[in-house]
Write a protein that binds this ligand. Structure first.
Ligand SMILES: O=C(O)C[C@@H](Cc1ccccc1)[C@H](O)SCc1ccccc1
Ligand code: NI
Length: 183
């Protein structure tokens, strides 16, 4: 199982790489790795397992965060409309997005960042993501608000981008252009 020891922290070069496409159909190893990433998220949201293994709760995890240079990510969360998002996705791609932007008024955190970095992270309010799921099926997800933010945070990891790269260093709490907060 993946634990915090497997998650690389900021400064590790893996977090600044643009990761490689996963060859499809995915190998047994790639499927096992992505399943383990999804299992980490579920474990991290189970209080007993989380406490027993000293996990940090997470709603998303990207392969570079476990030092795997591949375009794959896992998400496991329920959005503000009580919709469950639980996916392992190979080669996710944002194929369209709104002009309208949004952000979390609480700012963002990251399992690979062991410090608070205050500030608003501007994100697209709506995105459409295409990819391949763990069963090898084509996936097309139309996402908005919180779900859109989570997926953008994880897809950023596949391109070597950290959430604080989006924070204005001169005015961290400047509302992103035309954005309304999700929360
Ligand atoms: O480090 C990661 O990629 C996982 C992040 C994802 C994330 C952070 C902020 C906003 C959207 C996505 C972790 O989930 S941060 C910890 C966390 C835990 C529960 C709820 C929100 C954030
Ligand atoms: Ni992160």
């Amino acid at each position: 199982m993946i634990t915090m020891e497997d998650i690389v922290r900021e400064g590790h070069p893996a977090l600044r790489k643009v990761t490689d496409e996963v060859e499809l159909p995915p190998s047994e190893q790639d499927v096992k790795t992505l399943e383990a990433m999804l299992e980490y998220l579920k474990n991290s949201q189970d209080e007993q397992v989380c406490d027993r293994y000293g996990l940090r709760p997470g709603v998303g995890l990207a392969a570079p965060q476990i030092n795997v240079n591949k375009r794959m990510l896992a998400v496991h969360f329920i959005d503000l409309n009580d919709k469950l998002y639980s996916y392992g996705i190979f080669n996710p791609k944002i194929v369209s997005h709104s002009v309208e932007r949004t952000y979390l008024s609480t700012g963002e955190g990251c399992l690979s960042v062991d410090r608070e970095v205050p500030g608003y992270v501007g994100r697209y309010r709506r995105i459409t993501v295409k990819g391949t799921d763990l069963e090898g099926n084509d996936l097309k997800l139309r996402l908005k608000d919180y779900a859109s933010i989570v997926f953008q945070h994880e897809i950023d990891h596949l391109n070597g981008v950290m959430f604080y790269d989006h924070i204005d260093p001169d005015n961290p709490f400047k509302e992103p252009e035309g954005a309304k907060p999700v929360d």
